[in-house]
Write a protein that binds this ligand. Structure first.
Ligand code: KET
Length: 473
């Protein structure tokens, strides 16, 4: 506290020091002593002059005006990376965040991204503001990647596409649209879901509730529960769906199940709201991973889709993504787009250009586009290999007869292990394997070499820590 008080005082002092010299000296400063005098006190009602020998300075006796602000809890996902940094053990492993690493556990910048960036340097492109809606070439490319260039929604110009601050920013913009134009509407999110969904809707002041999704007994989809809850939601609700590679469970509905989901959404006049953060990264195919969105849009439904290029192009820090709103007419799409721009302008004015140009350059050049697809397949393939290796290690080491094959059925970056909170904590405290407390493991950050160690950590945590929670496999 003392240091906080002194730093408050020194902030006041530096404010005073920055005054013009003649004002600062108004007969108050003597050689060999520092007296910040009453002028500081007058400006700072929280301060009081203290005398330390010949040095007198203003000390904040009253508490900070930020005193009422309590410490925020660490983020359940990004906080894992902070804890990992602070861990000094050599064996430490960060399997928290969904950000791809190589077999050497190094971050990976796609070769095709480096090529696109070189091209941009050669062209000497400028850094002027983008329009509020983002880069036109990017918006065109991103909507076509999602729906397919020949899709009627594209041909009939029924999609309002606005470049967003990656997946999160695009979801947030959509949430703001819902808050403004659908007052009282509810968003239904899966249980469980990506942790940030709840924050996004809370901050946008949009009501949400959960629909059943994960069944711990089968380590699979609770399809009946999901359908029943979507049916029971008030008519016209927004149904948040993970387009592919559901986070955190890695469990996706089958094509037949998607049809049934579409049936009940239509029946209840709900509006599907897709979060597509892993297109091409889940199966290795951009088209296959967009099948759910295309299936629902083919029924002529109006829907929302937030996209991200963090994972599939490894552009995590570039914050590049988009929000797409499919409307029943081109006219409605134009109006929706104008309102999305109106929401974006006071929030962040206009989006960053770098990632948008990378995406537009890659998608717009057939050779680069093919290179991207190959690299995406490589990343998806490496994750599948490590998944297999982890399963092999667990099966070989576990003599209890437990079936770990659910790990092979899950898709995408993550494996939802079923470890409880205390078991997950044991992974970190005892084994220095940093994972989220819901038992999710980012397989995209695992190497084959670390599979044995991870299997030991999982088996110890699973069999020796706490009692399995009710319903846990
Ligand atoms: N949706 C989902 C489902 C998702 O998993 C993420 C990121 C995002 C959106 C947003 O990503 P963005 O970088 O804003 O485009 N998930 C990983 C990172 C994070 O939590 O921010 C994760 O789950 O680890």
């Amino acid at each position: 506290m003392a240091s906080a008080m002194l730093s408050f005082a020194s902030a006041a002092a530096s404010a005073s020091a920055s005054l013009p010299v003649h004002e600062n000296l108004k007969g108050k400063t003597k050689i060999g002593s520092v007296n910040f005098g009453s002028s500081v006190q007058e400006r700072n009602p929280f301060g009081k002059t203290k005398h330390f020998g010949r040095v007198s300075m203003t000390v904040a006796v009253n508490v900070s005006r930020f005193e009422g602000i309590t410490m925020a809890p660490p983020d359940p996902i990004l906080g894992v990376s902070e804890a990992f940094k602070a861990d000094t053990d050599e064996k430490k492993l960060n399997l928290g965040v969904g950000a791809y690493r190589t077999e050497e556990l190094q971050p990976y910048v796609l070769k095709v991204v480096k090529k696109a960036e070189n091209l941009m340097l050669e062209r000497g492109e400028n850094k002027e503001y983008l329009p509020i809606e983002g880069l036109a070439a990017f918006n065109k490319a991103t909507a076509e990647l999602l729906f397919g260039a020949e899709n009627p929604v594209i041909k009939q110009q029924r999609v309002a596409t606005v470049q967003g601050l990656s997946g999160t920013g695009s979801l947030r913009l959509a949430a703001a649209l819902i808050e403004r134009y659908f007052p009282g509407a509810k968003v239904l999110i899966s249980s469980p879901t990506w942790g940030n969904h709840k924050n996004i809707f809370n901050d946008a002041r949009v009501q949400w509730s959960e629909y059943r999704y994960y069944d711990p007994k089968t380590v699979g989809l609770d399809f009946d529960g999901m359908i029943a809850d979507i049916k029971a939601a008030p008519e016209g609700s927004f149904i948040l769906l993970h387009g592919c590679a559901h986070n955190p469970t890695g469990i996706d509905p089958t094509p037949e199940q998607w049809e049934k989901i579409a049936d009940v959404i239509q029946e209840k006049n709900h509006i599907p709201f897709f979060d597509v953060a892993y297109q091409g990264f889940a199966s290795g195919s951009l088209d296959a991973d967009a099948a759910s969105v295309r299936l629902l849009s083919a029924r002529g439904m109006e829907l929302l889709v937030a996209q991200s290029y963090s994972k599939n192009l490894g552009l995590y820090a570039e914050r590049i993504g988009a929000i797409n709103v499919v409307c029943s007419s081109a006219d409605a799409a134009t109006r929706v787009k104008s309102q999305l721009k109106r929401l974006a302008r006071p929030m962040y004015s206009n989006p960053p250009v770098h990632g948008a140009k990378i995406v537009a350059n890659i998608v717009g050049d057939p050779a680069l586009f093919n290179e991207w697809k190959a690299e995406m397949e490589m990343m998806a393939g490496r994750i599948k290999n490590v998944r297999q290796k982890l399963y092999d290690s667990l099966s070989a080491k576990d003599k209890s007869g437990k079936d770990w094959s659910f790990i092979l059925k899950q898709i995408g970056m993550f494996s939802f292990t079923g470890l409880s909170k205390t078991q997950s904590e044991n992974m970190t405290k005892k084994w220095h394997v940093h994972i989220t407390k819901d038992g999710r493991i980012s397989v995209a950050r695992l190497s084959s070499a670390k599979c044995e160690y991870l299997a030991d950590a999982i088996l110890d945590s699973y069999h020796n820590v706490g009692l399995p929670e009710i319903g846990q496999q």
